[in-house]
Design a protein around this ligand. Structure first.
Ligand code: KG4
Ligand code: ZN
Length: 337
């Protein structure tokens, strides 16, 4: 293929991700995670993450090149997450990307992590119809985006005003004595429970915005657990997990599909770690079917943080003819889309 070979580097949180992409084709990738080093703290420790990125960078680039069957000298351009993310973690990725760009004498492109989560879908389902709506749900973000063009025109419609969706899962898991990260165990427990056993609040439901709020829900779960404790009643973890998840999934899917309808958009992409959630997928499928919207959810490995998503967005940026970043590209912990 004569499309440029893009090397993508991602280090915004606790995953060191490297991917190699041509157009919409994923040639190879590798991800090293420091999640094991954060487990005992119940959340990502920035300093620990930065150090792990530094140690993992070179071997992860090597593994991705091997997986793709290409050489470093074959790379035509380097894309890297410039933000949003953890300051020290971003700095490791951007510094590495600059070093590769300089050594190879190839252009460097700083790209947005959130838009990367959307662009990655192209590696699985082909070119994204324009416009599309994207719901990004992970441990760090909960965003609803109107994607007119991946490289040049993405509009933020709404965001969480407090906790991210995945963060809510992690905090509620801790209340229920389930392990970190809390999404998978809550998902499993919820499948055995009754979502109607408790009616938890629906944060910012029907408030006329596309914003989200999960901290009130978390507090309601905490109060429910305390009340049961005080009364000496046994805690039915499966029921609480199911009722909590029902509230999260209900609001996320309703607002996402409402945005599609309001903007006359026929495609919804759901990405980020929480996109692996079985109830979210099922409810989104049902609501999209009812609204006549095509639902695209990349496979779980592409939904969590990885380098392929950054390479996929880099390919779009190069194809759009945007100018490269300079070698003094700065990181931005709250980079807007
Ligand atoms: O995208 P990701 O791997 O990392 C970032 O936060 O950027 O997302 C991790 C988040 C965690 O909060 C985890 O609890 C959540 O995704 N998660 C899930 C599921 N699998 C992972 N949440 C709900 N259901 C799941 N099956
Ligand atoms: Zn992410």
């Amino acid at each position: 293929s004569d499309l440029p070979l893009i090397l993508g580097i991602e280090t915004s949180c606790d995953e060191t991700g490297v991917g190699l992409v041509r157009g919409c084709e994923l040639l190879g990738e590798s991800v090293a995670s420091s999640v094991d080093q954060h487990v005992r703290f119940g959340g990502v420790v920035p300093e620990v993450a930065s150090r792990a990125h530094l140690e993992a960078m070179t071997p992860t680039v090597r593994r991705a090149l091997d997986a793709a069957g290409v050489k470093l000298s074959d790379v035509d351009a380097i894309a890297v997450t410039a933000g949003p993310g953890l300051a020290g973690a971003l700095l490791v990725g951007v510094s590495a990307a600059k070093a590769y760009a300089m050594a190879l004498d190839k252009p460097l492109y700083g790209v947005n992590h959130l838009v990367g989560h959307v662009a990655v879908d192209q590696l699985e389902h082909g070119p994204l119809p324009k416009p599309a709506i994207a719901l990004l749900v992970s441990g760090g973000h909960t965003s609803l985006l109107l994607v007119n063009d991946l490289a040049t025109d993405v509009v933020s419609l709404g965001d969480t005003v407090d906790d991210a969706a995945g963060e809510a899962y992690d905090k509620v898991a801790r209340l229920l004595d389930l392990p970190y990260p809390g999404g998978p165990p809550i998902d499993r427990e919820a499948q055995k429970g009754d979502p109607k056993s408790v009616r938890f609040p629906r944060g910012k439901w029907g408030d006329g915005t596309y914003d989200f709020s999960f901290s009130g829900l978390k507090t309601a779960v905490a109060r429910h657990v305390e009340d049961a404790d005080r009364r000496g009643e046994p805690l039915v973890v499966a029921d609480i997990a199911a009722a909590f998840q029902d509230s999260v999934v209900d609001v996320l899917t309703r607002k996402a599909v409402d945005a599609c309808v309001e903007h006359g958009v026929g495609t919804l992409v759901i990405s980020g770690g929480v996109a692996a959630n079985s109830a979210l997928r099922a409810r989104a499928e049902q609501r999209c079917r009812e609204a006549g919207v095509e639902l695209r959810v990349p496979r779980p490995k592409l939904c969590t943080d990885n380098g392929a998503m950054i390479a996929a967005l880099g390919a779009e940026v190069v194809a759009a003819g945007l100018p490269p970043s300079s070698l003094d590209l700065a990181t931005d912990t709250s980079l807007p889309v």
